[in-house]
Write a protein that binds this ligand. Structure first.
Ligand code: NAD
Ligand code: MG
Length: 352
């Protein structure tokens, strides 16, 4: 078992442990003595797998549990699905001492977290991630959001969880593709900040070492969140590979999932950064090999011109420059302000 403490605007623990779900109630009760009611938010797939275990554990610790189950998938991460949840909490008269528990992947965590941030101007919520992506990335850091017609994650709030309970035994029921999506972020963390992690997952099967790999990733995420909670500086490094990834997702009409898009973005940034003279080493081949090992796409099906025109509409753009996370070598990255006029030329060095 590992416990990692995050000290941001809120201080909270992340507990990473095998078979933690049956003890979820105990861990929550130990920290929330005054809570009576819990709104357990989960999607239909995760509910079928783990909803019962978690409800039972919460009830055993004296909580009254209400469940809000929504259809799985990104298309549910909307106001249309979130508003009835918030209305339900009001109907049940949940107070500021009560809790929301998000059981599931990033979709559940983002939506339940956003609901928690607005109900009564903010109540506590607990993240119980059940995807690798949620375990190493979305459950920690306090970004919450829903999607709008104009784009993903366009409405949201910063609202840190009050506790994160990561039972990595849940990850064994994940479809392979979803596991790979999480691995794209793990590999990103390695390239970004931890050469040892990168080498380890290159040489070993990540799935057999989740008890070590997840905490290592969370320590990296924690560092960026603690130093720059509101994403105005250092935290932007976590976007490594993501600038192009967002364009690839959009251009493919989301047929290329986030993990594959990040993977394509990582390869492109490594290659272009070296060719442009911004990196010390050409790490492209090593990065491609690890991404392929975890069944991720590495070739961009779109041209630099197509991609850049889409990414210039990205919300992260500020004025005439864009902040790119650039890998100097494996385990070390920095932010580079690039003129938007140079972007196409830059990506053309990698994706033609
Ligand atoms: P997801 O929540 O949709 O989960 C993926 C699929 O796996 C779903 O169909 C789900 O039902 C299923 N599933 C979940 N756990 C399972 C399990 N243990 N066994 C079997 N099936 C399971 O998607 P995701 O990839 O976890 O998260 C993606 C979302 O996260 C996106 O909306 C993205 O914007 C968001 N995100 C947020 C942050 C943040 O900092 N807040 C960071 C990264 C991504
Ligand atoms: Mg990502």
């Amino acid at each position: 078992m590992s416990t990692i403490t995050v000290e941001a605007s809120k201080k909270y623990d992340i507990i990473v442990e095998e078979n933690l779900l049956p003890r979820a109630g105990e861990e929550i009760r130990a920290r929330f003595k005054k809570a009576n009611q819990i709104m357990l938010v989960t999607d239909d797939t995760v509910d079928g797998l783990y909803g019962g275990i978690v409800s039972e554990s919460l009830e055993k610790s004296g909580f009254t549990v209400h469940k809000y189950v929504f259809p799985h998938g990104e298309t549910s991460k909307t106001f249309a699905v979130m508003v009835p949840l918030v209305e339900k909490m009001a109907e049940l008269a949940l107070t500021r001492s009560d809790l929301i528990v998000a059981l599931g992947g990033g979709v559940t965590g983002d939506m339940a977290g956003f609901a928690a941030s607005i109900y009564l101007r903010g109540i506590d919520f607990v993240q119980i991630p059940t995807t690798l992506l949620a375990a190493v990335d979305s459950s920690v850091g306090g970004k919450t959001a829903v999607d709008l017609a104009a784009g993903k994650n366009l409405a949201g709030a910063f609202h840190q969880p009050a506790l994160v309970l990561c039972d990595y035994s849940t990850l064994f029921s994940l479809p392979e593709e979803e596991f790979s999506t999480g691995m794209a972020e793990v590999i990103k963390h390695g390239v970004l900040a931890d050469r040892e992690l990168f080498d380890f997952i290159a040489e070993n099967d990540a799935k057999a070492h989740l008890g070590d790999i997840i905490p290592t990733n969370l320590v990296i995420k924690r560092r960026h969140v603690m130093e720059d909670e509101f994403d105005v500086g250092l935290r932007q490094l976590l976007n490594l590979g993501h600038t192009l990834a967002h364009a690839v997702e959009k251009l493919s009409n989301y047929e290329i999932n986030h993990g594959n898009a990040v993977s394509i973005g990582l390869v492109a940034i490594c290659k272009a950064a070296y060719a442009y003279g911004l990196a010390e080493e050409d790490i492209t081949d090593r990065v491609v090999a690890v991404l392929k090992k975890y069944n991720l796409m590495t070739e961009c099906p779109f041209t630099a011109a197509e991609s850049v025109s889409v990414l210039l509409n990205d919300k992260k753009r500020s004025g005439q420059t864009i902040n790119l996370a650039i890998p100097k070598r494996i385990g070390e990255c920095y932010l580079y302000k690039m003129d938007v006029d140079k972007l196409e030329e830059f990506y053309r060095l990698a994706i033609g």
